[in-house]
Every structure is written in structure tokens, then in C-alpha cells.
Design a protein around this ligand. Structure first.
Ligand code: SIN
Length: 543
């Protein structure tokens, strides 16, 4: 029998990846409840990160150089102030992680081991247990969280909807509906919240080929948008060029650090093609490499990551995760090239926040991949995501702590079990989700055009209608629709957004764009008009 869960706090954090857990720890000893869709450590992309955390801790590096690389990779729409702020906070957050017992790799002199990834001008990615960075960081944090009495964990619960009170500027978050997979007849209502933090991760599971866990369906994006939160830059989806292409779902990753060590991309005949495309060859910005790999595969040439010369017999020791995943698929990467394909990896867009992780909805913060702070622009610099997660989690925690102590008394939220308004048809749900993934990969993937995007919108509408109010389908189609609508309206190519019908980058469009669900709904009813507000990069919307 499922018992009614308890919260011990009026602050609820939805999501238990790096951003969610770090927020909870930083709020300690203030009581918080963390809602996790799966057992802690499972179902969060953070645990699968291989590269490490980008941070200017090397002797040849500075936060300014890090910010400059981030701005260059972001293809014209990074918020410079945010990039400098996040690069500047990096060392303190690495120190925090050390205090939480994260076992960073050190050289013989005790210095951090750093690796180089694409579009970084120096070795800057702080490594943890070789290519097991995400797993090692999350294990240390989970142990600390479990030993922290102020943190209550609800495992196996997924958020479905935020509850708000008031309208317009008075609107604020007061509660949340949860569901659990093994109790389809019920939903759980959490009330008396002072603050909700969405830390739900990305949108990879809206695509057929992804490196993200199956929970990453864009729920947080949709839930926030339904509560009135502004969505920014939704069209910018990052495809990792070297997912291991062995028909596994999710696709295992061959970390970019392999290319940092000299691994090369070759076609089926062994020809190294990146040298003809970009001066930095395999270490060109990720969007450029992903498109090149996509084109090799589309033209029937195939694509492989050849590590045999650069890493060879060292492979098992230096990249144990990639080695294991390859060997499981019958490929020995020390002696043969790895088949690779681009896979959805990271969403640069998300719920727009300020520099404290606040959304425009009172009482609602967003941290980690679900948020759009302005750091990533049109193309995220490798290994900036774990950094952004910890920096923004700390800033959000600081902000929430001030809010709670200044104008509310900490109380206890309550949870009640209600009869579900919707009994899901799990077969129909699975079919709907599969159709969304097919649609997004075919029509809103590495390359897009007007006709395919319009087709995607029509199909998403049909899938939403066929879902008959299933909250999972509703949230997934809303998140997908934001991506497609934004992609349709950005009539240029920039970073992770490549339009075959608008292949050039248009300097006039070098700005971040925002949308709201209310705006999209209104436009539907008017059937015309452009309801985007536009924000010039670095234009002072963040404080
Ligand atoms: C990788 O290790 O290639 C992924 C790093 C990242 O996405 O930041």
C-alpha cells in the first residue's frame, strides 16, 4: 500500500540531480523537501556526466578567459554579465564540492587534473575519477544529503503541475501536484509552500536519440510555463556529436575529452573529415561537429570516433565508462573505431531566470538545465552545465533563505492524497511519447526547415488531443511545442539551431527571445501575429 508522504518544509525542490541536491544542501539547516522521480542518483543526467566541471583553476587560466570562451561558443547571444558571474564563482563552488567529499583527480603535486574539451582555449575541465565525474560527484552529494537531517526526500514522485494563487504580478506559487507510477489512482497535493524550485533537467527524452535519462521529458519547462513562467531560447537544443551509435536508448556517450586527447572523427573509409570543415577540426564548437557528423551519416559515409592511436591500450584505465559501454556492445575501442551519431544532449533554452535563479512567478525558482540564465546562448560550452548547476543552486539557495527569513516564518507544507482526475492509459501514453520523439527527431533535430517544423506543430497538436488530458502527454507536448514554435520563428542559423532554409547567421537576430504559454495560446486564438518579446543579449534583464 502506498502511504501518504510527508514534507517537513514549505520549500520544495523538484528534481534530485546536481542542481536540486546542491540547492538543498546550501539551504541547510533550513528544512527542505526534495522530490525525485526515481531513487536518488538514478534518473538524473548529472550522474551520467563524463567530462567534469569547467572551472578556471589552472595556473594558465582566469575566470575572464573562461567567460570569453563561453561567450564565443554561445554564438552571439550569451549574457556576458552572467558568463562572468558564473565563471567567477567557479572556484568557490569547487571548494564546496571538496567539502562535500567529491574525490577530484589530482596529479603528483596535488594539483587538479584538467582536461581540454571543444572550444575551451586551455585545459579547464576539472576531472573526477576519470570519465566517471557525474557519478562520483552525485555519489558524494547523495551521501551528504542522506546525512543531512534538514532534507526530506520523496523518492518515486513526479511533479505534474504547480498550484498558484492570484493573477498577473500578484500570482505566486503555493503548491504542487505530484504523481507516482505505482499509484495511478491517486495524485498528491502539496500545499502551504513558500517556495518551489524546479530542478527537473532537460528535454532529451523528447528525441529518439538522446544521451539523457528517460525522465528528461521537459516536464519542468511545461509545469513552469503553465504557471506563467517565461520561457527563453527554446529553439537552442544541443546535440552531442559522439553518442555511441549501438541502438541503445538512452545512447551511451563517448566523452568529448577523448577528442581532447587526440581522438579523430573518420568516415567509413577512414578519412578524417573535420580538418576540411574547421580550423580546430575535432575540437571545433560542438554544434559544428554535430552537424558535420550528421551530414556524414546522412550522405551514407558513416561516422566513427577513432581512439586507437591517441588512447589505444590506455583506454580501459583512462576512460572506464566509455570502455565498458563499448565492450558491452561488442566494440573494443582500444583497437577499433567507435560508431557515433549526434544525440540530443542539452537544452540551452528553458525557464528564464535572473542571476538568483528566480523566475518571473513569485515563489518559483529554476536551476540547472531547466533554467535559461543566459549563460549558454545558442551553444553551450562543454562542461559548463555542471558548473552552472552548482553556481546557480548556491545563488538560488541564498535568495530563498533571505526571502524566507525576511517575510515568512518557516512552517510545514502538507501533502494530501486525492483521487486522480485522470486514470492514465499507459499503453496510449507510451505510444504518444514515442510519436513525440519520432516527430522531434525528424522535424526539429540537428537541421530544421519551415515545412518540417510546421508539420511537427500539427503532429504535436494531434498527439496532445489524443492524450485526452494525460498530464504526462500534456507536459511533453507543451515542452516540445515551445521548441518547435521558437525554431519556426528564428529565421536564421545560429549555434545549435540550424535552418536549411535560412543557413546564414543574421546579425539582426543576435538576441535572446522569450515566449509564454499564454502568448502561444492567444496567438492560436488569433491565428496570426508574432507574440515574442525580444531581449538584447546582455540587455540588463538579469540582476
Ligand atoms: C562530454 O563529456 O563530452 C560532455 C560534456 C558536456 O556535455 O558538458
Amino acid at each position: 500500500m502506498t502511504t501518504t508522504p510527508k514534507t517537513t518544509a514549505n520549500v520544495v525542490i523538484v528534481g534530485a540531480g546536481l542542481a536540486g541536491l546542491f540547492t538543498a544542501l546550501k539551504l541547510s539547516p533550513q528544512p527542505v523537501t526534495v522530490v525525485s522521480g526515481a531513487a536518488l542518483g538514478e534518473g538524473a543526467s548529472s550522474a551520467w556526466a563524463q567530462g567534469g566541471i569547467a572551472a578556471a583553476v589552472g595556473n594558465d587560466d582566469t575566470p575572464d578567459a573562461h567567460a570569453n570562451d563561453t561567450i564565443a561558443a554561445g554564438a552571439g547571444i550569451v549574457d556576458e554579465g552572467v558568463a562572468r558571474l558564473i565563471a567567477g564563482d567557479a572556484r568557490q563552488r569547487i571548494d564546496d564540492l571538496l567539502a562535500y567529499d567529491v574525490p577530484f583527480d589530482r596529479d603528483q603535486d596535488g594539483r587538479y587534473v584538467l582536461s581540454r574539451e571543444a572550444a575551451h582555449s586551455v585545459k579547464r575541465v576539472v576531472r573526477v575519477q576519470g570519465d566517471r565525474a557525474g557519478h562520483a560527484i552525485m555519489s558524494a552529494l547523495i551521501a551528504t544529503v542522506r546525512a543531512t537531517p534538514s532534507i526530506t526526500i520523496l523518492e518515486g514522485y513526479e511533479a505534474q503541475e504547480l498550484i498558484t494563487s492570484g493573477d498577473g504580478p500578484q500570482q505566486r506559487v503555493t503548491g504542487l501536484y505530484l504523481a507516482r507510477a505505482d499509484d495511478a489512482a491517486a495524485r498528491y497535493k502539496v500545499t502551504d509552500l513558500s517556495s518551489a524550485v524546479l530542478a527537473t533537467g532537460g528535454i532529451g527524452a523528447l528525441y529518439r536519440l538522446t544521451t539523457n535519462p528517460s525522465h528528461a521529458r521537459g516536464d519542468g519547462l511545461a509545469i513552469g510555463a503553465r504557471a506563467g513562467a517565461i520561457v527563453s531560447d527554446a529553439e537552442f537544443v544541443q546535440f552531442h556529436p559522439t553518442a555511441i551509435d549501438v541502438e541503445q536508448d538512452p545512447a551511451p556517450l563517448a566523452t568529448e575529452a577523448l577528442r581532447g586527447e587526440g581522438a579523430t572523427l573518420v568516415d567509413a573509409s577512414g578519412r578524417r573529415f573535420m580538418v576540411d570543415i574547421h580550423k580546430d577540426a575535432e575540437l571545433a564548437p560542438r554544434d559544428i561537429v554535430a552537424r558535420a557528423v550528421h551530414n556524414q551519416i546522412a550522405t551514407g559515409n558513416g561516422c566513427f570516433l577513432d581512439c586507437t592511436q591517441a588512447i589505444g591500450q590506455e583506454f580501459a584505465n583512462r576512460f572506464p565508462t566509455v570502455y565498458r559501454r563499448c565492450m558491452e556492445a561488442g566494440i573494443d575501442p582500444s583497437i577499433e573505431p567507435i560508431p557515433v551519431a549526434p544525440a540530443e544532449h542539452y537544452h540551452m533554452g528553458g525557464l528564464r531566470t535572473d542571476a538568483s535563479g528566480r523566475t518571473n512567478v513569485d515563489g518559483l525558482w529554476a536551476v540547472g538545465e531547466v533554467a535559461a540564465t543566459g549563460l549558454h546562448g545558442a551553444n553551450r560550452l562543454a562542461s559548463n552545465s555542471l558548473l552552472e548547476a552548482v553556481v546557480m543552486a548556491a545563488r538560488a539557495a541564498d535568495d530563498i533563505a533571505k526571502t524566507v527569513s525576511s517575510d515568512t516564518q518557516p512552517t510545514t507544507g502538507t501533502v494530501s492524497r486525492e483521487r486522480s482526475t485522470h486514470l492514465p492509459d499507459f499503453g496510449a501514453r507510451a505510444a504518444g511519447l514515442a510519436m513525440i520523439r519520432e516527430t522531434m527527431s525528424s522535424n526539429a533535430g540537428v537541421e530544421r526547415d519551415d515545412a518540417r517544423l510546421r508539420q511537427a506543430l500539427a503532429t504535436l497538436k494531434d498527439i496532445a488531443e489524443a492524450g485526452h488530458g494525460d498530464p504526462v502527454i500534456e507536459n511533453a507536448t507543451i515542452a516540445a511545442r515551445f521548441i518547435v514554435e521558437a525554431a519556426l520563428r528564428r529565421r536564421e542559423s545560429r549555434g545549435g539551431h540550424a535552418r536549411t532554409d535560412y543557413p546564414d547567421t543574421d546579425p539582426e537576430q543576435a538576441r535572446s527571445r522569450t515566449m509564454t504559454l499564454a502568448g502561444l495560446t492567444l496567438r492560436d486564438s488569433l491565428a496570426s501575429g508574432e507574440l515574442f518579446s525580444e531581449i538584447t543579449a546582455g540587455g540588463g534583464t538579469l540582476h
